[in-house]
Design a protein around this ligand. Sequence first.
Ligand code: ADP
Ligand code: NA
Length: 332
Amino acid sequence: VFTPRIFSGIQPSGGLTLGNYLGALKRFAALQGQGAETIYCLVDLHAITVWQDPETLRRNIREGAAAFMASGVDPAQSILFNQSQVSAHAEMAWLFNTVARVGWMYRMTQFKDKAGKNSENSSLGLLAYPALMAADILTYQATAVPVGEDQKQHLELTRDIAAKFNHDYQTEHFPLTEPLIEGVATRVMSLRDGSKKMSKSDPSDASRINLTDDADTIAQKIRKARTDAEPLPGSIEGLKDRPEARNLVNIHAALSDETPDQVLARFEGQGFGAFKPALADVAVAALEPISRRMGEYMADPAEIDRILGQGAVRADEVATPILESTKEIMGL
Ligand code: ADP
Ligand code: NA
């Protein structure tokens, strides 16, 4: 039996979006104090699988930590740290490189997307990324991982690695970690194209809301969001074939902690001329305090470094014994 333990991470690759907030950060905060230990991480070793400017990366690590805390992750209730400061992650990743199969890695859709046509020229780390992610999770014997829909395939691979390790070494050392893909915002879509996920790497800034956007920018992006001319139905079922409209209703519901049907009950029969200003209001009300608190944390980088340093010490205390027992099982 494993201690109920939640682990998740976010890459400090800059420009966190409303998708990261609703799909990850907001849920990370909500899972605190619910009976499981919560361990949250900035995954800088993942970020460098594509080249990062060193000074920018250093800043993005602090900004990421500020975003966690501004979203309600409390370093007194959760362990909050930066991946490269806990060496067990990299060491466990190597052990898992010997467990995982090459073919598993080539099947990952994120690798195919990120590597593009010239995949032979991508970093080896980009291909091995899911083995490091499995290491992040299993170095804590985490039982559950809150993630967005896009990480589902990587989570399945983590379970495959745990199962193969347990089988190959005749042990029950690793849990089969449960993905927590819950709520209406597990896949927040682009504001410009209802078939693409909202992402910090989309070339169009109008496609996303950034956590640091000011109120006017948020309102303007929502006003210009692609929609249709139909009135809104009374329930989300009626938006099956209207992805852009469905996305905006889901975003509203996630921000206001309602079901989509509760939101639609207020707008049935009305158009986006009525809906968009209401959505802009809830988005600004939710995001403005976060962006203000991020600014306050960023004004004191030494304090952020201190918090991350303390988190790394606590993470290490959990991770190192699990790494050591893993090596022992393998005969190392
Ligand atoms: P990104 O995908 O933006 O590059 P990460 O890979 O660091 O960021 O993902 C951090 C977390 O945010 C993951 O749990 C991921 O599933 C979640 N996430 C990212 N984009 C979205 C989105 N558009 N909707 C919901 N969750 C998202
Ligand atoms: Na992602």
